[in-house]
Design a protein around this ligand. Structure first.
Ligand code: FAD
Length: 539
């Protein structure tokens, strides 16, 4: 029997951070990751997302079942499947969210999750290299973060257009206040993607006692007398099962879709679902898989005047080789850009206390706005994302077989407030496209005719027709008090009713932070590692 101090399931944003901190403290750690090693060269190259996102070897490819709210379109939703998890294939924008996001978590009974208590863990995770205020920014963490160095005339015009509509500039949206427009901060360092594997896991393997096993699909959590003692795993599609035990605990970090799936497969979940699938109930936990929330973004793609400086032109034909050479030799390159160059954090009404939507911009465009290659014409893309959607859905297993993908249904746009904020955001984008700064560059809207929308209903239909996921599923093992039947973990991220078992990843967030998730997930890993080490010392 193989035994480690801790078994961690999933080497994603959270799993890698935990592996580092627990092994740094002297513990033996076994990390089991369903995907392969992160040796695909497109992972390190920031623009490689165009390739990695469609590669089923390193991504889980889900499809959200169509609903009338999104004009009956199927919507693809992917997450990462390699060392680094989703941080190995994400858009690399670093964005924490705002104070009230976390204060809300604490107000729901989760002691220690208010912004003031979490700030030290945000700071602990990051090494911010672009100035900012020491009160908010970390200097010594494992994750290098910097303001995108790239500047280009189209992004500058988008910023100027946003200013024309009343958005002010901000120096640091991860500082005291988020509101404003700015080039983005990224997890790109020296032109390379810095996934959580590069920031945490690979250094931990070099320095500490971490045993990383890839192509190791965990099938079941082993629970004996109410205590999680280990897990069973096998190669993808394989049946030769191996077991590892965690002396001090089993930590599930498989992400917001796979963590509830694994709990359900292990007999922890809604009783009726498990009964229908013939899975013996270990403990009824109706919240496992429920409360799924995701950020969607309404997309605008525009064809620009020739010679405007779009990335599409900058990497077309022989220029791609030139940019590749620049990237390989460590010089500034269009291949080293994040998925967006500019973010604008906005309020629906000036008197609102908090920002409630984010506008994102990239001076380049993918075919059909979501495709696998760049448009042949000079293009730009923008996205409007509601920060705190209220629509909720679920993740449910469809069989006992771990190799079957779970059903994922976020129920996009079912909440009326979500429709409203998306309409406000897209109208704002339309205004920026009409601004004196940006309008002269625009030839036509290619994804859908944004300029033909006049009424709110027409804008809402535009939203329904063009929205896609921003890849931020969360909430499916939400943190909360034991008195809340839908809460799956407590505020120390221990699964209610099972000893020795924690879930630590995006699934524990009860609601969306007003930002992309990677920063918050890494913060959660830092905070939970500290709580686990405290618990071990108290034993
Ligand atoms: C395409 C895309 C773009 C994004 N863009 C951004 C962005 O620009 N900025 C940002 O901040 N956030 C972004 N995000 C979101 C962010 O990256 C994720 O929210 C975050 O990485 C989730 O971390 P996690 O630890 O919860 O899960 P993950 O990082 O997804 O890790 C889960 C890991 O568990 C593994 N696993 C699953 N099941 C099993 C099993 N049964 N056995 C063993 N291992 C298993 C998976 O293979 C995976 O490696 C993006 C995400 C995606 C997918």
């Amino acid at each position: 029997m193989e035994t480690f101090d801790f078994v961690i399931v999933g080497a994603g944003s959270a799993g890698c951070g935990l592996a580092y901190r627990l092994s740094e403290a002297g513990h033996s750690v076994c990390v089991l990751e369903a995907g392969p090693r992160d040796s695909n060269p497109f992972i390190r190259m920031p623009s490689g997302v165009v390739k990695t996102r469609i590669d089923p070897k390193i991504t889980w490819q889900y499809e959200v079942a169509p609903t009338a709210h999104t004009n009956n379109r199927p919507i693809g939703l992917l997450t990462g499947k390699t060392l680094g998890g989703s941080s190995a294939v994400n858009g690399m924008v670093y964005n924490r969210g705002i104070r009230s996001d976390f204060d809300k978590w604490a107000a729901a009974g989760n002691a220690g999750w208010d912004y003031n208590s979490l700030l030290p863990y945000f700071r602990k995770s990051e090494r911010y290299l672009s100035g900012g205020d020491d009160q908010y920014r970390g200097r010594f963490g494992q994750v290098p973060i910097s303001l995108l160095e790239h500047r280009d005339p189209i992004s500058d015009r988008f910023i100027a257009g946003a200013e024309e509509t009343g958005v002010r500039r901000t120096e640091d949206y991860n500082g005291s206040e988020q509101e404003g427009v700015s080039y983005v901060q990224t997890t790109i360092h020296k032109g390379r993607r810095w996934s959580s594997a590069h920031a945490y896991l690979h250094p931990a393997v070099q320095k500490f006692r971490v045993d990383v096993r890839t192509q190791a699909v965990v099938r079941r959590i082993l629970i004996e007398n109410g205590r999680a003692v280990g897990v069973d795993y096998a190669r993808p599609g394989g049946n030769a099962v191996r077991t590892v035990h965690g002396r001090l605990g089993v930590i599930i970090c498989a992400g917001a879709i796979a963590s509830p799936k694994l709990l359900q497969l292990s007999g922890l979940g809604p009783a009726s679902l498990l009964r229908d699938l013939g899975i013996p109930l270990v403990r009824e936990s109706p919240g496992v898989g429920e409360n799924l929330s995701d950020h969607i973004g309404t997309r605008v793609v525009a064809r620009l005047k020739r010679g405007s400086g779009s990335i599409n032109e900058g990497v077309s034909g022989i220029r791609l080789l030139w940019q590749g050479l620049r990237w390989l030799t460590g010089r500034p390159s269009l291949l080293a850009l994040s998925a967006a160059t500019v973010f604008a954090f906005c309020k629906s009404a000036p008197e609102d206390q908090d920002t409630d939507y984010t506008l994102m911009f990239l001076p380049g465009s993918l075919a059909k706005g979501e495709g696998r290659s760049l448009d042949k014409f000079p293009g730009c893309t923008s996205v409007s994302m509601q920060n705190r959607p209220e629509s909720r859905g679920y993740v449910r297993i469809r069989s006992k077989d771990v190799n079957d993908l779970a059903i994922v249904q976020p129920n996009y746009l079912t909440a009326v407030i979500d429709q409203k904020v998306q309409v406000t955001g897209i109208k704002h984008l339309a205004a920026i496209y009409r601004s004196a700064a940006l309008a002269p560059l625009i030839e036509e809207f290619t994804l859908a005719p944004l300029d033909q929308c006049e009424t709110d209903d027409e804008y809402l239909d535009y939203v329904r027709q063009t929205c896609q996921t921003n890849f931020h599923p969360l909430g499916t093992c939400k943190m909360g008090l034991a008195s809340d039947r839908m809460a799956v973990v407590d505020s120390r991220l221990r699964v209610h009713g099972v000893e020795g078992l924690r879930v630590v990843d995006a699934s524990v967030m009860p609601t969306q932070p007003s930002g992309n998730l990677n920063a918050s997930v890494m913060m959660i890993a830092e905070k939970t590692a500290a709580m686990i080490l405290e618990d071990v010392r108290r034993r």
